[in-house]
Every structure is written in structure tokens, then in C-alpha cells.
Design a protein around this ligand. Structure first.
Ligand SMILES: [Zn+2]
Length: 133
């Protein structure tokens, strides 16, 4: 799948964001190793801490449907510049696919691509804990 195609799907997913508090809409499109695409949009709540990012929604949709391995995710925010996944989303993505490619795109269709390990070089891993004991 072409990067720009995945970005376009993320832009479309962003339209369903529920962001009445921040007005900051985010869309994500996650391509599974099996070739399926799962989308997500951020969903806010009046109790702010209950809000969930677009990326995690995409991952949870996929995992709850039996997809556990992913190749690439595209993330599109609002306004000027790139929107990078937050630390919580990077950690959740690393749980399933530490070798994931991460695309961040801006409003002008410019994009940058990273390895997940570049954005989360030293994320928590349960294996590390087991090795210590
Ligand atoms: Zn996040």
C-alpha cells in the first residue's frame, strides 16, 4: 500500500473525531500484516482523562478483531505541522509491532516516516522485567 493512500484514509477517519473540548481532531489508519486497514479518530470526554487517541482506537479495533501484527500506521492531526503519536500510543503500538513504521502527515500532504523504535527507543517491555528477576 502506498503511503499517500494510507494518509488519505487517515484523513477520512479524522472526520469522525469527537473533539468538542480541544477542537483538535486526529485520524489514524493502521495497516495490518494481513493487509487489513483499521481506522481510528480521537474520542474526547467531558471527564478529560477518559479521552482516547485515534491511534489507540485503531489498534484496539484491530486487536479486538483478531489482528495482532501491523506494518504501518498513518497519523493526521489538525492545523499546522505534524502530529506525532503520544507516549501512551507508542507504548501500545510497541506491544504488538515493535518494528512498525509510523507516518505523520500534515495538512499539505507532506509526510515523514519513522521506525517506531526511533520514536520510542526505550519503551517498557515485560521481557526486560523478567530478565531482571
Ligand atoms: Zn496517543
Amino acid at each position: 500500500m502506498e503511503q499517500r493512500e494510507l494518509i488519505e484514509i487517515a484523513c477520512k477517519a479524522r472526520e469522525n473525531a469527537y473533539a468538542p473540548y480541544s477542537q483538535f481532531k486526529v485520524g489514524a489508519a493502521l495497516l495490518s500484516a494481513g493487509g487489513k486497514i483499521f481506522t481510528g479518530a480521537n474520542v474526547e470526554n467531558a471527564s478529560y482523562g477518559l479521552s482516547t487517541c485515534a491511534e489507540r482506537i485503531a489498534v484496539f479495533k484491530a486487536v479486538s478483531e483478531g489482528e495482532l501484527k501491523f506494518d504501518i500506521i498513518a497519523v493526521v492531526g489538525s492545523g499546522v505541522g505534524y502530529t506525532y503519536p503520544c507516549g501512551a500510543c507508542l507504548q501500545v503500538l510497541a506491544e504488538f509491532s515493535p518494528e512498525l513504521r509510523v507516518i505523520v502527515a500534515d495538512e499539505k500532504s507532506n509526510y515523514k516516516e519513522y521506525g517506531l523504535d526511533e520514536l520510542l527507543p526505550l519503551g517498557f517491555r515485560m521481557l526486560d522485567v523478567r530478565r531482571e528477576t
